[in-house]
Design a protein around this ligand. Structure first.
Ligand code: SAH
Length: 258
């Protein structure tokens, strides 16, 4: 009987992998990985490690969650070190909780290895601090996957009025509706919004807009992207400039892609 590790692979930049994730990936007998996992991470695996792609394609599940669960069960019975590798952190919108529950219910030994979530790392690489003394003392991470027009939204939109910085994941297709909804609950239309596409990678791209503009005439944004709403977005200019200066020779040049 093997052990399953629910491992966070970080947001993209290979160097944001934790030492624990690195060690487990190197010793894995099988790795079940998602679409947002940087393929370079898989190159760290042993030559005889089995690599199983279980990601989503075009927004729909390539493999239904039940099928992934079945595979976890199968490999837990046939291999020793089973790594279930997910983008960012496994417990931040990664269905890691569901998989942990499933493993627990089936008496499979497992361990969770947190990863650096795109929710915090992607804004950081773009020069946006989620909190800042005097400007933002709170932030929330919210799914943008739900269409806010639908009556059945599980998000308490009213409560988002009182949080300084809002970070939406999976928000690209609903971005216009999200902006409208935030304005309708009383967020300032002039509030700046940043979309950071493919953050922490060489293809990182930042699109800046406002809630008003987004609600009326949304700019083009390609997934995967992190959406940040809040006054902290305005700090980006000066911080990005500083990062560029530091970049001259000292820090990862990826930081220059702002
Ligand atoms: N568990 C992951 C999130 C899974 S949901 C984590 O902790 O990061 C998938 C969403 O994460 C994407 O739709 C996008 O909003 C965000 N995302 C993940 N990697 C990203 C990246 N490199 N750049 C921008 N957004 C990213």
């Amino acid at each position: 009987m093997g052990k399953v590790y629910l491992v966070g692979a970080g947001p993209g930049d290979l160097e944001l992998l934790t030492l624990k994730a690195y060690r487990l990936i190197r010793s894995a007998d099988v790795i079940l990985y998602d679409r947002l996992v940087n393929p370079e991470v898989l190159l760290l695996a042993k030559p005889d490690c089995e690599l199983v792609y279980v990601g989503k394609e075009d927004g729909k599940h390539l493999m239904e969650q039940e099928r992934i669960n079945e595979l976890l069960l199968y490999y837990a019975h046939t291999k020793e070190v089973v790594v279930r590798l997910k983008g960012g952190d496994p417990f931040v919108f990664g269905r890691g909780g569901e998989e942990a529950l499933f493993l627990a219910q089936h008496g499979i030994e497992f361990e969770v290895v947190p990863g650096i979530s795109s929710a915090i790392a992607v804004p950081a690489y773009a020069g946006i601090p989620l909190t800042f003394r005097g400007i933002s003392s709170s932030f929330a991470v919210i799914t943008g996957h739900e269409d806010p027009k639908k009556g059945s939204s599980s998000i308490d939109w009213e409560s988002l009025k009182g949080i300084n910085t809002l970070v939406f994941l999976m928000a690209v297709s609903n971005r216009q509706e999200i902006a409208k909804r935030l304005i309708s609950v009383g967020r300032e239309p002039k509030e700046p919004v940043a979309f950071i596409e493919r953050g922490t990678t060489e293809e990182q791209k930042v699109v800046i807009t406002s809630l008003k503009e987004l609600s009326e005439n949304p700019p083009e944004v390609r997934p995967p992207a992190v959406m940040v709403v809040g006054e902290v977005v305005r700090l980006r200019g000066s911080i990005a400039q500083m990062i560029r200066v530091i970049c001259n020779g000292y820090i990862n040049p990826l930081l220059c892609v702002l």
